[in-house]
Design a protein around this ligand. Structure first.
Ligand SMILES: Nc1ncnc2c1ncn2[C@@H]1O[C@H](COP(=O)(O)OP(=O)(O)O)[C@@H](O)[C@H]1O
Ligand SMILES: [Mg+2]
Length: 275
């Protein structure tokens, strides 16, 4: 008999999420989510704001613990691992946080070198050299000595990305990497996500509600709705999905219930009255 874990963990998946449930008080955010994230691929997790996309990412790095279910990283169960044992796991995962937070009191170079300094394997010169290479890769040479406050939003995201990949992770988690950027700057980030996958073979999980970004970077599309996986498919099948909710999301249309509620609201108000 094979081990149960062997059945549950296809070797092609670097992250396996199994029946994960997470509630905050009475709010059930993840209601039994199961997903396999394939190595070397970029999976896009889509869903409207507040559907639990960031909460899902935080479970993968052990920043949140599920109420039920399991999370595995490269064959190791991580949801019940203690903080100490999570350190080597987290070292293999780059996390581009939603706000792309940089340390404002450090230079750009120090920000990028921060994970290298923490690791303690490299001299200061080596850290600086590596930071320079990383900044070049994200298209920002010669800005090591600038302070984060001097950068645009798009540049900050790119610096945060350079920092997220400093330790050459096996997996990069991107939380809303293009949110708040204009379409041109967003496209630069999309290009970087694709280039990183193509050049290093890194696995990516991109959380977004930006369909254009999803189309550009996604090898696979997952749509979350009401705490469940509504659709999990390759981009072609996703776009051809017969599920009306999927189609509405793709086309950026409001839910039928929301539309009905708005119509009722207008119908109830005397016409010509301000609402
Ligand atoms: N630590 C927390 N404590 C309480 N509620 C939380 C916490 N983290 C997230 N939530 C709630 O869970 C829901 C999903 O959040 P989130 O994953 O951030 O959504 P999104 O899909 O926009 O990333 C939201 O209603 C949010 O308010
Ligand atoms: Mg979020």
């Amino acid at each position: 008999m094979p081990e149960p874990s062997a059945i549950r963990h296809p070797p092609s998946a670097i992250v396996c999420v199994r029946n994960v449930r997470k509630a905050f008080g009475s709010l059930v955010v993840l209601d039994g989510i199961s997903l396999d994230f394939e190595r070397g691929k970029t999976t896009v997790v889509l869903g409207p704001s507040g559907t639990g996309k960031s909460v899902l990412l935080k479970h993968i790095v052990g920043l949140l613990r599920p109420d039920a279910g399991e999370v595995w990283f490269d064959g190791q169960r991580v949801d019940n691992e203690d903080e100490h044992d999570l350190v080597p796991v987290r070292r293999r995962i780059g996390f581009l946080f939603q706000m792309g937070a940089l340390f404002d009191s450090m230079t750009v170079g120090e920000n990028v070198a921060f994970p290298l300094a923490e690791l303690g394997d490299l001299t200061l010169d080596q850290q600086r050299d590596k930071a320079e290479v990383l900044l070049k890769q994200v298209g920002l040479p010669d800005i090591q000595h600038k302070m984060p406050a001097e950068l645009s939003g798009g540049q900050r995201k790119r610096v945060a990305l350079a920092r997220a990949v400093a330790l050459e992770p096996d997996l990069v988690l991107y939380d809303e990497p293009t949110t708040g950027l204009d379409p041109i700057r967003a496209d630069v980030i999309n290009e970087l996500i694709v280039a990183l996958r193509d050049h290093t073979g890194v696995t990516g999980i991109v959380v977004t509600h930006d369909m254009q970004s999803a189309n550009k970077v996604g090898d696979r599309m997952v749509l979350l709705h009401s705490g469940k996986v509504l659709c999990d498919a390759d981009p072609e099948a996703f776009h051809e999905s017969a599920n009306p909710r999927v189609q509405r999301f793709i086309q950026g249309q409001a839910d039928a219930e929301d539309l009905a509620a708005i119509r009722e609201g207008f119908a109830a108000a005397p016409s010509g009255e301000p609402i």
